[in-house]
Design a binder for this molecule. Structure first.
Ligand code: ATP
Ligand code: MG
Length: 661
């Protein structure tokens, strides 16, 4: 190379280095430079860059620099592009180590702070390269130049260099190690239709995350939808957690409180809880008894169905909210107004609860939907799909049995009557029922036994053929409710059901939960067939292991039926804008199908022994096993890097630990 060429190369390099330094100042804060001693590399086994951070800067920026897995950036001298870096390893050495002082001499030395004044050596992996001139982001597929400035990027730069989606439902703030940044991480709606699984040990923040996510969904943070297509959220609530969302949020002031407020402010601004909801409340015979007593106590008229429902409205609001408002929020109930509207399957109880905290008035509006089954309404093929405990033979034969019995003059108006007739067939050889079921239809004894046992669960629970005053309560018209629930929260109160069934009855909550899920799915299917567009619908299944247990975790037949149903719903739901959010403790507890179906996983703190099931890179595994509450790893196809760390604040909607009351 001629001297002239060398000189040209020098001038070119000098210009580029100066430009890189200028850019570095614009897009972040310089904390070091790519090493002049150790090489940067790219090869078939990936790429890496090595850099040093001066001691003073190291002590100031250690939160970003000393944590494996956290992110920094560099401005590559040759391209001028901003390249994200993930820290793979960091080395710290004392001066003595740097100088290679022999062990024998080291024995006599004292502690000496000056020994710490050494540079930190970092090895990092280049990820994505952002070109600020044309705003393009691509994989950083080139080697990084020595002397390229290393920066702590400004928050807005992070969104670019990590390839974060510009629009989507906000999941929380980007976290570097355990530090939140002013960068929102969003999940596009289309990714949501590929379903989500939230994992983490008890108290790690799953329910908190979902509640905050629901608030984001209902406030359209930070996504847009066509007018008239605002999302609907349906929650299968088995713990009352979500019923409490309409109450004021209340945080115990603990350590790190400022961080929580910072995250909440950045993500939600002034947006607070949701103060209205539609709550589906299962009605049983046992509840009916309670209402009668309660009605007597408050001197209410108890004749018509509307009288009963009015009492139910008051009873429900009182038992669900009163003690929390008075004991935890230190508030006062001002009034409860109840009005029953509509008829039959469109009946609803409109309630308005006014309360005050420190003289500030609050209002909650709830639309309560009574939910029960009437044998007459479901005795055709519906009854067969209603109960996941039925074997497939039982499912096939059930409608035939009912039809044949009715043709022979059996009066089957209630589930109890039908079960009575089946028992007669089973136990009284020679009876008419016996000859119809076994001789004429040729049904197996085992099938009849399965029907009696499975439908017996429904009958024992008292949710069938409940008479309130002058009317049998049947299933509400969920299609119409869903159609009109844009931008609304619908909660199915399964905990209330559990409170109002005999102790020994089987798992009726699961029957109701799956029925509602199925109905939401059918509504989507019907509307789709009619070529009608429906709004995005997000079904939340917290404590998912209760409904979708791992194989061997429940009755064999149940697990098979339910996982098949779930697979169909999840698969067909995609094109129909139906999304399911599951939450559970460990991937071991829940059915395999849930892990397969959920393309987005939000992983809060978890036992390292079970993380392996999730296919998470090793540098994140360590972090996840120790990370603090409400910080989580997001793993999703919707992110260019596949992974990102986020944090969510304490719940911005009401969330209460009832065990303290
Ligand atoms: N209002 C609040 N004030 C203070 N801390 C709270 C509040 N609400 C929740 N927390 C804390 O936040 C953490 C997360 O609670 P959360 O109920 O979300 O956990 P979870 O993962 O759903 O647990 P589980 O598996 O038991 O349902 C807990 O450590 C809890 O103590
Ligand atoms: Mg929870």
């Amino acid at each position: 190379m001629s001297l002239e060429e060398l000189n040209k190369a020098y001038i070119e390099a000098k210009g580029k280095l100066e430009e890189a330094l200028r850019r570095a100042e614009v897009y972040g804060k310089i904390i070091g430079f790519v090493s002049r001693l150790a090489p940067s590399r790219i090869g078939s086994d990936g790429s890496l860059v090595q850099f040093e951070v001066d001691p003073l800067e190291y002590f100031r920026s250690h939160e970003e620099v000393s944590v494996a897995g956290s992110y920094l950036a560099t401005v590559d001298v040759k391209t001028g592009e901003i390249v994200s870096l993930r820290i793979k390893s960091v080395e710290r050495r004392d001066v003595m180590s740097e100088l290679g002082i022999p062990e024998a001499i080291a024995l006599q030395t004292q502690l000496d702070a000056s020994g710490l004044v050494t540079r930190a050596r970092v090895i990092a992996e280049p990820l994505l390269a952002w070109n600020p001139e044309n705003d393009e982001v691509k994989a950083a597929a080139y080697v990084i130049e020595p002397q390229s400035p290393i920066i702590k990027p400004n928050p807005e730069v992070f969104e670019k260099i990590l390839g974060l989606p510009k629009e989507g439902v906000v999941l929380g703030l980007l976290a570097i190690g355990e530090k939140p940044l002013k960068v929102k991480v969003k999940l596009p709606l289309h990714a949501l239709y590929q379903h989500m699984l939230v994992l983490g040990t008890t108290g790690a923040g799953k329910t908190t995350f979902i509640k905050n996510f629901i608030v984001a969904l209902l406030n359209k943070l930070n996504f847009s939808v066509e007018e008239g297509y605002e999302p609907t959220v349906v929650v299968l609530d088995s713990t009352k957690d979500y019923v409490h969302m309409v109450l004021e949020s209340f945080w115990k002031q603990e350590k790190g409180f400022e961080t929580e407020e910072f995250i909440a402010k950045e993500v939600f601004g002034d947006i607070k809880n949701v103060s209205k909801a539609t709550i589906v409340i299962p009605v049983t015979k046992q509840l009916c008894e309670k209402l009668r007593e309660y009605g007597k106590k408050v001197g209410a008229k108890m004749e018509t169905v509307d009288d009963y429902l009015k009492v139910l409205g008051k009873y429900y609001v009182e038992t669900s909210y009163l003690s929390i408002i008075e004991k935890i929020l230190n508030g006062n109930i001002e009034s409860i107004n109840v009005k029953v509207e509509g008829f039959g399957p469109l009946r609803r109880i409109n309630t308005e609860l006014l309360y005050s905290i420190l003289n500030v008035k609050r209002r909650i509006n709830l639309t309560l939907i009574p939910y029960a089954f009437s044998f007459r309404e479901v005795k055709g093929s519906e009854l067969a799909v209603l109960n996941p405990f039925l074997t497939s033979q039982a499912r096939d034969h059930l409608p035939r049995i009912i039809t044949a019995l009715e043709e022979h003059g059996f009066r089957l108006t209630t589930l109890s009557e039908f079960l009575e007739t089946l028992r007669e067939a089973l136990f009284r050889k020679g009876s008419e029922a016996y000859s119809i079921v076994f001789s004429r239809l040729g049904i197996h004894k085992g099938t009849v036994e399965n029907i009696i046992r499975s439908l017996g669960i429904l009958d024992d629970s008292g949710i069938f053929d409940v008479i309130l005053g002058n009317e049998i309560i049947g299933e509400p018209n969920l299609n119409i409710i869903l159609e009109n629930a844009k931008n609304e929260l619908i909660i199915v109160d399964l905990a209330f059901l559990k409170e109002n069934v005999p102790l020994v009855s089987g798992n009726i909550e699961n029957v109701v939960a799956l029925r509602v899920l199925y109905k939401v799915f059918m509504w989507k299917m019907i509307r789709y067939a009619e070529r009608a567009r429906t709004q995005p619908t997000i079904v939340v299944v917290d404590e998912a292991h209760r409904f979708f247990p791992a194989t061997g975790g429940g009755e064999g037949e149940y697990v098979v039926q339910v996982s098949n149903m779930l697979a169909t719903i999840a698969r067909l739901g995609r094109a129909r804008r139906l999304s399911i959010i599951f939450a559970t403790h460990s991937p071991k507890d829940v059915h395999e199908i849930v892990l397969q179906l959920a393309n987005t996983k939000i992983v809060f703190r978890m036992d390292p022994a079970v993380i392996d099931k999730l296919d998470i890179p090793s540098e994140h595994k360590h972090l996840i096993s120790r990370i603090r509450d409400r910080f989580a790893l997001v793993k999703t196809h919707a992110l260019r890097l596949g992974y990102v760390l986020i944090c969510t604040p304490l719940p911005v909607a009401g969330h209460f630990d009832l065990s303290v009351m």
